[in-house]
Write a protein that binds this ligand. Sequence first.
Ligand code: C2E
Ligand code: CA
Ligand code: CA
Length: 704
Amino acid sequence: MQSEAPAYDILDYLPDGILMVDERGVILFVNDAFAEMLGHETAMLFGLNILSLLADIDVFGECIATVMKEGKSLDSETDFIHSEGHIVHTVKSVRMIRNKEHIRFFVNIRNLTELSRLNKELRLSKELIEYQAQELSSLLNSKNQELEEILGSINEVIWYIDNDTLALRYVNNAVESIFGFTQETFLTDHTLWQQQIHPDDRELVKMFFETLSPGQSREIRFRIIRNDGITRWLNSRIHHHSRLNVFIGITDDITTSKTQSEEIAFLAYHDPLTMLPNRAKLKLQLEDRFAHPPSSEFALLFLDIDNFKNVNDTMGHEIGDHILSEVSRLIQNMLDSNDFFARFGGDEFVLLLHNSDIEHIDTFAERLIQAFKHPFKINEIDFFLSLSIGIVLYPQDASNTEDLIRHADTAMYEAKKKGKNQFVYYDASMQCAIHNFLHIESLIRDGLEHNLFELYFQPLVNSKTLRVEGYEALLRLPHPSEGYISPDLFIGVAETNGDIHRIGKEVLLQACDFIETVRAVQEEPFFVAINISSKQLQQEFFAYELLAYLKDRNIPPAYLKVELTESAVMDNIEIATVQLRQLKDGGVKIALDDFGTGYSSFAYLAQLPIDTLKIDKSFILTLFEVNSHRHIVEAMSNLAHVLGMSVTAEGVEESSHYEVLVDYKIDTLQGFHLCRPLPKELILKKLHENAPYFTPSSAEGYSI
Ligand code: C2E
Ligand code: CA
Ligand code: CA
């Protein structure tokens, strides 16, 4: 380093960039930190004009004007140009030093790139060890006004204390901004600094000085409480100088970064949205319980919100997040202090109940289910949610974290399979391979390879005449030992691995076969409704290919209906709109499936070419249990009619449902009460008997 005075050597030990320029901006002094920040050799910068290093000259000009007027500038951000061309973002403060002979501007520059700052700090603590104390002491003792000014413009507190009495011998005036007392006050009251240390940290600081051997340098973090009551975190790099009998230190206010790192530590074990413990914390909690056997029995409940994906997809993540917070709050309020509640991820939560008495668990799980009967009100919208809960008992069902979670998840899946909105205890027989993604995947491949997929057909019946208007095609995949695998299980897997496209083609083929067969025996028009996954709809030529296929097979498009869920449409509304329009223009009918679970935007709804709204079965199944469901169903029916659509209710399991739905002017009914999904042959048999009219429940026992 070169400089006007050798005394400036101290400045090379500071992490901040320090510059001195004359009134024209010519650099008279620069420390290593600044040169390094901009990727230059220190020596190369002497004599250069600072303007040539700046990204924005005007900002700097304004700053100098303020300094000329007020003597110093406030911290302001400045961009410098790195030798490699990129911008170095910094914050700087400028001071004016006026001598008899000249004016100097003293610039303190802090690189805002945290990494470079940390590197610098690392280097500094290393170098402090090697620091020539002789030089420092002569500098600090010097009455050099200019040096005092310089030390005063540095943001870190530089100090040294007597190593026996810990009395303060020197401190620069940065002390004021951190401690709140002026430099003078500290230099008059030599032990004032000790009184400001947080009582809880005093012992730590005392020990630190007692154990810092001569010649050694170390860092310490401690708190101070200022006179105004504010607590601040400080970091000090301290060197024990043996010959001078002093501790020399540089102290930095790290309150912000300390708070940040505490936050980071908190977040490592908590979910930022709900502030609940997260999966990692759950693991620790479980391990802790395993390690303390006396209180060992507990129940683990795995909670999953039903159809939550729909809410998220159609209402957006913000509302989804809001709902998750509300859900977690609701559940939290139902817990004892000994229970543990964590967010497992997404819409999954895990609960550890310390009371593993079966009666208690039953009551609690039932209360949970009931608590969800009330809507969650968000932005004036009522959201009806339900929970599927899987329950495992420790130690009966599993004895380690992984098995507990896995089994609870299996039981939860079982609850979904049984129709959601319920709790299921784990039992060992559930542990069949059917829940395994890879296994399902291999069954799908096998099914495609050997043409094992089979469409079942469930009649859709006119509510007034009981005439069969059409059939919903529902896919079945036989399983070697389980009978059939539910489409709820395999469609998800097929969507993930892309097999859904081959499956979709198979469905279309079999649906067309069925149309041909029925047409051969029945003159009256009917339709077959096939379910379309969002992944299919997103294929650019989906509608085009479907229409081409119908044409190929000589099937009038009106015989086909497609069922799409609201989320499939909303997933990618632009593509969906184009596809739907194309299908509609081609003559294919369109139904919006599972209506009411996805919270469609009515604005979109009115614009889409939809023929039928299919009210989700969850409303129909609980028509009498949940009062509001009857109002909702009636409102949805009215809405559909206002928009010129027909309305179908699925999940009609009881004759009582049937009567109410007729009252609500639901046009078409579908459900076990009328007929279960049946294989093609059985439908044909029924057609021969009383086609196309239906006798409710006449097909019980034949179907799945
Ligand atoms: P979805 O489209 O909502 O189909 C109606 C489901 O309700 C069918 O279940 C049907 O068996 C069932 N269901 C009908 N009436 C009643 C009733 O009265 N009570 C009750 N509790 N349930 C009733 P399934 O066949 O298990 O199908 C489940 C889901 O799998 C379907 O829901 C659909 O989303 C999907 N899926 C089925 N076949 C296909 C397909 O070929 N392609 C695609 N992409 N998805 C399909
Ligand atoms: Ca459907
Ligand atoms: Ca449905």
